[in-house]
Ligand binder design. Structure first.
Ligand code: ADP
Length: 305
């Protein structure tokens, strides 16, 4: 079966004068994938999204979207985007914005559906400028969906949302995506990444340093986190192949392991008087911090003891 390549980037580089934003980036995103871009501020995530949208021009390499050059009219018609800075006029009402945006597309979603999907009921006559930050983001989300896009690009879509609105937005994105649409979403929210992503790309200084499913990333550091207060000598754990990572700071020990039982019994034998023993699944946050730590990319055990 042929898998459609939606975004095809080869050796892409982009600088702003002397600031390098992306270096030698190669990436293929296929139809139906839900890619989440993670990484510290300035790592190059927004630059990649803007290149894919054709808002920015690349310096080197090649970048195709739906097999065409970025910015091509057929690409724009199949792509919807919600960027951090929308720049839409604040004096137009919600309804006017939706009407205007619908004219850009051949087969737009109905205004009713957009209002319902983005939970804008009751706000139709309000001007954009009079909306709260979260409401403005919901209108931006509706505008991103307007053309019924096959590629949806979202840059930190839930930053101004309260907890309930954020969870509602995740459900809306999830439902809209189905199985055939493709998502590229940049976020700092790891819960959002786990909820919406099936492929996580971690950016660091303009490069992708990890590209895997959330499960795979978690398993890189071990699937279970064991923590305790103890003065145990951690050297012995460095010889245990199930222990993927060790942190030991001020008696606070954390072991990331693939086999919890053997590490727990080893730990209890070494220090029967340890305190606050806890065992829980390793999170994407743990994996993320590990990958961005100095030892992250070379997979070495690390100890601060
Ligand atoms: P991220 O989205 O991961 O926070 P960006 O892609 O926004 O990262 O930025 C990557 C790098 O490019 C950063 O060093 C940032 O300061 C720089 N940069 C981004 N936009 C501009 C711009 N318009 N002019 C100059 N430098 C920029």
């Amino acid at each position: 079966m042929n898998v459609e390549i939606v975004v095809d980037a080869t050796n892409v580089a982009k600088s702003y004068n002397d600031i390098t934003a992306l270096t030698d980036l190669s990436l293929r995103v296929t139809r139906g994938q839900r890619c989440v871009l993670l990484g510290p501020n300035g790592a190059g995530k927004s630059t990649l999204l803007n290149l894919v949208l054709g808002v920015l021009r690349l310096d080197q390499g090649s970048l195709k979207v739906f097999g065409k050059k970025t910015g091509h009219i057929s690409v724009r018609r199949r792509t919807g985007a919600m960027l951090q800075i929308s720049g839409i006029p604040s004096s137009l009402t919600v309804q006017e914005h939706l009407r205007l945006f619908r004219t850009y597309y051949e087969n737009p979603l109905s205004t009713d559906k957009l209002v319902r999907t983005a939970k804008l009921e009751g706000l139709e006559r309000r001007t954009f400028g009079s909306l709260s930050g979260g409401q403005q983001q919901r209108l931006n989300f509706a505008l991103a969906l307007c053309g019924n896009p096959m590629l949806l690009i979202l840059d930190e879509p839930s930053t101004s949302h309260d907890v309930e609105a954020r969870m509602a937005l995740w459900d809306e994105i999830d439902q809209f995506m189905g199985t055939e649409r493709t998502l590229m979403l940049a976020t700092h929210n790891l819960e959002e990444a786990e909820r919406l992503g099936d492929r996580i790309l971690i950016f660091h200084e303009g490069r992708v340093i990890a590209d895997a499913s959330p499960e795979k990333l978690r398993s890189m550091i071990g699937t279970t986190e064991i923590s305790a207060q103890t003065n145990v000598n951690v050297e012995v754990f460095k010889r245990n192949q199930h222990v993927k990572r060790i942190e030991h700071v001020d008696r606070h020990l954390k072991l990331y392991v693939t086999a919890a039982e053997s590490a727990v019994s080893q730990l209890l034998q070494l220090d029967p008087d340890l305190k606050n023993l806890a065992v829980k699944p390793a999170s994407l946050l743990d994996a993320y911090l590990h990958l961005l730590s100095p030892a992250g990319t070379d997979e070495h055990h690390r100890t601060n003891a």
